[in-house]
Design a protein around this ligand. Structure first.
Ligand code: MTE
Ligand code: HPA
Ligand code: MOS
Length: 765
């Protein structure tokens, strides 16, 4: 596809279609929908104590007797399949014989009000024959069967030998924490039962097809009897890729049992305890490098806390491996992962999907080499960039679009890196307690689902006889602006104003067999599918106009709401009406699959990503080495989005992603006690960033791009997840600042760089 033609709608910073509604508070989320007559409410129930062990007894008599209770549901009430797993079938909707983490759902209460359901759920008397849970990675390693899923590695060369022979060696070990999604709209579903066992499920999910499938399988009906619909989510961030299913299943089961509409909306504390988070990792590595700091071989082991079940952990840990290189060429490597089973909630997708964890390893290693050798960290990073003759990744993909050096060098100049580096060093020399730090680093993020089959999308477009257009596709809106971008693509295709493109809710009834909206590919996939649908209609309209006007089809243009050929012209709507009168169909589906990509997991080689999104960030911090307090004083970002479909939305994604990632790496600390109870299950103890945490001096720019070298929608690039990685520069800047206390010694800093962890790093010197 060429993007050289003058574009009218694509590329414009049009406002998000829901922006006004968002600020007015009138955007309809599921809990805002008018409640249907006879609605019942569902609340999950679990054992107050115990994280692992046999369920000895379950006494629900007090629950049943409580005010407002209509029904109490357990596994025995499920007509067919007691499972809501997206992969291996190991996530029971209701635990039966044993529980595997604290908070695992054992029953559900159906009551007249939500409050009654929640109060009643607490009256259960459940006894667990509790066994000591494996809570941490270290605990898991002591178990007889520590691995939830088989270990997996990429390997090339005699790594240990090469490291031993290298002029320089580095050894490192650190931990990085997980992250709670903290979407503003919690998990929720509203189910309306229909005739003949049909169910309409309004669900806050990134994956309507999965909800449809889970509900149908649970009830034992054909998928076609269940329709899942999502107009928008109040944030998903990966937390609703697979884990919206259980709550939809509970509501559907209640609707099935009572014949009444049913709603399940998790309380915030339950949401935090009962749904999975970003995987935390324990990292051990060794690397060899030459005199210039250029790496000769890397041996890394990434060990993930997966929780009790598989969920998406296989693909997440794979993506951590795919990103353990970030922008750096490793001539020899052993990139290994272990996927450990713990008695904690099943960890799940979170913006970046394991990628940020892999990149954090690579960047910690770069920073450590710089500190140990006394060289500038940016110089070390550049020495190791992919480049000519050094352009094949550990998974065999050759880089075709490498802009690492250019984007980094541009940011180096625009951020005044060299001068500020000197100023910071001078400041640190005369300031014994307050220390400044800075880090500039690039990001390379692979775009496509690594499970090749998932890289497809469908759309359904209708043109009405008045020239208005209704747009539907399989992608879901979670705030990222997907609906707006795809509407701009369709408006562009028809040459009409975007106000005539009506955006509609995502529903399995209109577009079937969809992939989740994830892997940052929402626009790439659905934008193309919608364009293909629109092009099919446009082709029929073009043919009709050509026939009417007796001109060649190639002479016909669509722009400014007009269809023209030479001096002949008519309104788009008039042509639509003329087509209808001629009995020409004005409706079409569209489909798209990403070309070229393939992945062979057995050999660990292929082209799993269609392309890479690149970015660079430079962050400066100030720390107090007596208290561990930290402040981000300036951030400069340069982000490649190819040819942007909507620069305002893209900048919003970059700013939001950065701040969310900063939360992961600086303030958000998930604390489980030895009994496996999550102690940070509310914003009172779990600190997400707020407006005042946005860096004071925050400079975000889009990279001047000639467009994606690959044939993506108008040569744009995915932007959803990549920016979450950029605050790794903040974390590395903290390392840099701490290291100023004792040059040459690598501080032992874990993530997040909370004041506690910064103090520990200071003390490690
Ligand atoms: N932006 C907002 N506002 N809310 C979200 O939930 N999710 C992120 C990202 N940006 C998210 C977001 C994640 S995890 C992904 S994978 C992408 O958006 C998904 O949307 P896209 O593929 O359309 O970019
Ligand atoms: N990214 C996000 N979600 C996914 C992926 C991926 O690569 N694979 C399966 N679900
Ligand atoms: Mo995003 S973690 O791929 O939903």
């Amino acid at each position: 596809m060429s993007f050289s033609a003058k574009l009218q709608t694509v590329g414009k910073s049009l406002v998000h279609d829901s922006a006004e509604l968002h600020v007015q508070g009138s955007a309809l989320y599921i809990d805002d929908m008018l409640e249907p007559e006879g609605l019942v409410h569902v609340a999950p129930g679990y054992a107050k104590e115990g994280a692992r062990g046999k369920i000895k007894s379950v006494d629900l008599s007090a629950v049943r007797a409580a005010v407002g209770v209509i029904a109490v549901l357990t596994a025995q009430d499920i007509p067919h399949k007691n499972d809501c797993s997206p992969t291996l079938g190991d996530d029971p909707i209701f635990a039966v014989d044993d529980i595997q983490f604290h908070g695992q759902v054992i029953f559900a209460v159906v009551a007249t009000t939500r409050d009654q359901a929640r109060r009643a759920a607490r009256l259960a008397k459940i006894e667990i024959e509790a066994v000591a849970p494996a809570v941490t990675v270290q605990d898991a390693l002591k178990e007889a069967k520590p691995d939830l899923l088989p270990p997996y590695a990429f390997r090339q060369g005699n790594v240990q030998k090469t490291i031993a022979a290298a002029p320089g060696q580095i050894v490192g070990e650190f931990e990085m924490g997980g992250q709670e999604h903290f979407y503003l709209e919690g998990q929720i579903a509203l189910v309306i039962p229909g005739e003949k066992g049909t169910m309409t499920v309004y669900t806050s999910t990134q994956h309507p097809t999965e909800i449809q499938h889970c509900v149908a399988a649970m009830l034992g009906v054909d998928d076609a009897y269940v329709t899942a619909e999502c107009r928008r989510m109040g944030g998903g961030f990966g937390g609703k890729e697979s884990q919206a299913a259980q709550w939809a299943a509970l509501a559907a089961l209640a609707a099935h049992k009572t014949g009444r509409p049913a709603k399940c909306r998790l309380d915030r504390d339950d949401d935090m305890m009962l749904t999975g988070k970003r995987h935390d990792f324990h990292v051990n590595y060794q690397a060899g490098f030459d005199k210039s700091g250029r790496i000769t071989a890397v041996d890394v082991l990434l060990q993930a806390r997966c929780g009790y079940s598989a969920d998406l952990s296989a693909a997440i840990c794979d993506r951590a491996m795919f990103h353990a290189d970030n922008g750096y060429y490793y001539p020899e490597y052993h990139i290994a992962t272990r996927r450990l089973k713990t008695n904690t909630v099943s960890n799940t997708a979170f913006r970046g999907f394991g990628g940020p964890q892999g990149i954090l390893f690579a960047e910690q290693m770069m920073q450590a080499i710089a500190i140990q050798t006394g060289k500038d960290a940016l110089e070390i990073r550049k020495r190791n960039f992919y480049g000519r003759g050094r352009d094949v990744t550990p998974y065999g993909q050759k880089l075709r679009d490498n802009i690492l050096l250019d984007i980094t060098t541009q940011l180096e100049k625009s951020s005044g890196y060299a001068k500020r580096r000197k100023q910071i060093d001078a400041f640190n020399k005369q300031s014994p307690i307050l220390k400044k730090g800075m880090a500039l680093l690039p990001i390379k993020f692979g775009i496509s689902f690594t499970f090749t089959q998932m890289n497809q999308a469908g759309a359904l477009v209708h043109v009405y006889a008045d020239g208005s257009v209704q747009l539907n596709h399989g992608g879901t809106e979670m705030g990222q602006g997907l609906y707006q971008k795809v509407a701009q693509v369709v408006a562009e295709t028809f040459g009409i104003d975007v106000s005539h493109v009506a955006i509609t809710a995502t529903t399995t009834g209109k577009v079937p067999n969809t992939s989740p909206t994830a892997a940052s590919s929402g626009t790439d996939l659905n934008g193309m599918a919608a364009r293909n649908a629109a092009l099919a209609i446009k082709e029929r309209m073009t043919a009709h106009a050509a026939k009417m006007w007796k001109v060649a089809k190639s002479q016909i243009t669509f722009a400014n709401g007009q269809v023209k050929a030479g001096r002949k012209a008519m309104r788009f709507g008039a042509l639509a009406a003329a087509c209808k009168a001629e009995r020409i169909s004005l409706s079409s589906t569209g489909h798209y699959k990403t070309p070229e990509i393939y992945w062979d997991r057995a050999t660990g080689k292929g082209m799993p990503f269609y392309y890479f999104t690149y970015a660079a960030a430079c962050s400066e911090v100030l720390i107090d080495t007596l208290t561990g307090e930290m402040k981000v004083t300036r951030v400069d970002i340069l982000h490649d989005v190819g040819k942007s479909l909507n620069p305002a939305i893209d900048i919003g994604q970059i700013e939001g992603g950065f701040v969310q990632g900063m939360g992961w790496l600086t303030t958000e600390d998930l604390v489980y006690d030895a009994k496996g109870v999550l102690r940070t299950h509310a914003p009172s103890t779990y600190k997400i960033p707020c407006a005042s945490d946005v860096p004071e001096d925050f400079r975000v720019k889009l990279y001047e791009s000639k467009g994606n070298v690959m044939d993506t929608i108008y040569r744009s690039k995915a932007v959803g997840e990549p920016p979450l990685n950029l605050p790794i520069s903040v974390w590395c800047a903290v390392m840099d600042a701490v290291a100023a206390l004792k040059p040459g010694t690598v501080p032992k800093l874990n993530a997040p760089a909370t004041p506690e962890n910064i103090l520990k790093a200071v003390k490690s010197l």
